[in-house]
Design a protein around this ligand. Structure first.
Ligand SMILES: Nc1ncnc2c1ncn2[C@@H]1O[C@H](COP(=O)(O)OP(=O)(O)O)[C@@H](O)[C@H]1O
Ligand SMILES: [Mg+2]
Length: 254
């Protein structure tokens, strides 16, 4: 047998995850491996359990059965903050931002939060401001640095939300519908910027996405969710040709 390549080790592994909400089955035996540097897209109809999966991986939900491993260490049911500190960050469908503060201040607060509350003052410590500048640059947000978040377009807020997650210096970023609510003209620009920033920082990403053009363009792998299960997983070129996948996902594309 050939020696195992380092990259053969999954960054994240889910084993047999199960979770119900009353009569609703949100996870019915999810098995998935995410490899370092590979971007995985999750597609599937509403209610299929995509967000539930991200919530289990980040500790917001505890599965009834099954386990989650990060680099081989079990993280099932650990508090969200612990999992975040171990390197799993999360960006939200609706960005969680301080809308009355500026774009730059939001990033500085995220950087301060990483260091612990006792280091919040002064917010504009030199190192922190420099790191904030780097993040602004990486995400093309410099022109908006001094804008109050409330005054910025949705695409900027999405990128800022990603910037807040990157402030934690994660290994893995989980994105729930990063382009939802972003206009189609803005969409590819937002994704191009986001993907470039993640690649530059060596961050692996899992993203839930409804736009198949975005999936084809940015995903190395695709997993199709249906009724709490993974229907099929593979390379986008193959998976998106599958008639069963087309039948399940077509309704979602509209
Ligand atoms: N916290 C919750 N309480 C009760 N039901 C939930 C909760 N979260 C999700 N569900 C239900 O679980 C199913 C899967 O939801 P979700 O993971 O959000 O699907 P998706 O993200 O694929 O649209 C849905 O039927 C949803 O209504
Ligand atoms: Mg969802």
């Amino acid at each position: 047998m050939l020696p195992q390549n380092r990259s053969d080790k999954p960054l994240l592994e889910a084993r047999d995850l199960h979770l119900r909400f009353g009569g609703v089955i949100a996870a019915a035996g999810i098995n998935l491996k995410v490899y370092p540097g590979k971007f995985l897209a999750i597609i599937g109809p509403n209610g299929a359990g995509k967000s539930t999966f991200l919530n289990i991986c980040t500790g917001y939900l505890r599965p009834e059965r099954g386990q989650v491993f990060l680099e081989g260490r079990e993280i099932t049911g650990l508090p969200p903050r612990t999992i975040a500190n171990m390197g799993v960050a999360r960006a939200f469908q609706i960005p969680q931002l301080f809308t009355d503060k500026t774009v730059e201040e939001n990033l500085l607060l995220a950087l301060a939060a990483r260091e612990g509350f006792w280091r919040w003052l002064p917010l504009r410590a030199k190192d922190r401001v420099e790191e904030g500048q780097r993040l602004l640059r990486a995400l093309g947000l410099e022109p908006f640095a001094s804008f109050a978040v409330a005054e910025t377009p949705e695409g900027v807020r999405k990128l800022l939300d990603v910037g807040m997650a990157l402030a934690l210096r994660p290994k893995l970023l989980l994105l729930d519908e990063p382009t939802s609510g972003v206009s189609s003209e803005e969409k590819l620009r937002v994704m191009d910027t986001l993907v470039q920033a993640l690649r530059a920082q060596g961050v692996t990403a899992v993203f839930v996405e409804h736009d198949m053009d975005v999936v084809r363009r940015y995903a190395d792998r695709v997993a199709v969710w249906a009724e709490g299960k993974i229907m099929v997983e593979g390379e986008p070129g193959e998976v998106l040709k599958d008639p069963q996948v087309l039948a399940t996902v077509v309704g979602v594309e509209e």
